[in-house]
Design a protein around this ligand. Structure first.
Ligand code: GLN
Length: 216
């Protein structure tokens, strides 16, 4: 089983742990520098407040060791504030983000995005339901009542989200909204402006977990 570390200083880390465990992973909470010595195959940076998280990382002397391991290739999934950490604080992810870009009235909203990363998701963790096609499992699929949304559609929950404004040439868009990337990959780093832990689509997690299973 893959062991996935979740930064657990502030924000929405419990929801990520629950999703990862449901996907067959063991989870490790990172609360202090000593936790970085525990073995894990990848790390999740949750949503929350990026300024608070960056300050806590520095105060706890976790900032530089984490930045270094990500720069050296540790697979990482950053969501919302986690995207801001990667782009603006660790500066390991070559994207420009604009914090709280969706404005006051649109502070929190739901949208349907488009999956662009077909072929990237791979089966790594064993799901409890082996009958499901990897990457397409959704709550309600087997109810027989509500029709599944189209495969390329991705549910997106935004909470005071940053906007990805510019991306470097090494960036692969994984999810777009109205043609603009809202989740991207750069080598070992995956980052999303939305909160995948709050919807039932597993593809972003599966794409991340495929990185943790890749050799090297
Ligand atoms: N607005 C937050 C920040 O700037 C991010 C919001 C979130 O993670 N849901 O860190």
């Amino acid at each position: 089983r893959p062991a996935i570390a979740v930064l657990a200083l502030q924000g929405a880390f419990i929801e990520h742990e629950q999703r990862l465990q449901a996907l067959g992973c063991d989870t490790v909470e990172l609360r202090q520098a000593a936790d970085l010595n525990r073995p894990f195959d990848g790390v999740v940076l949750p949503g929350g407040e990026s300024t608070v998280q960056a300050k806590l990382l520095r105060d706890l002397r976790m900032f530089e060791p984490m930045r270094q391991r990500i720069a050296e290739g540790l697979p990482v999934l950053g969501t919302c504030a986690g995207l801001i950490l990667l782009a603006d604080h660790f500066r390991t992810l070559p994207v420009t983000v604009h914090r709280n870009a969706y404005g006051r009235q649109l502070g929190s909203f739901h949208a349907e995005g488009r999956w662009e990363g077909t072929g990237e998701a791979a089966e790594t963790c064993r799901t409890a339901d082996a009958s499901g096609t990897p990457g397409t499992t959704r709550a309600g699929d087997d109810s027989g009542i509500s029709p599944s949304p189209p495969l390329e559609s991705v549910p997106l929950t935004f909470i005071r989200a940053p906007r990805i404004e510019a991306v470097g040439p090494s960036i692969t868009p994984l999810v777009t909204l109205n043609g603009t990337p809202v989740a991207v990959r750069h080598r070992n780093q995956i980052a999303a402006a939305f909160h995948p832990e709050l919807d039932s689509d597993n593809r972003l997690y599966e794409t991340f977990l495929a990185l943790t299973a890749a050799p090297g």
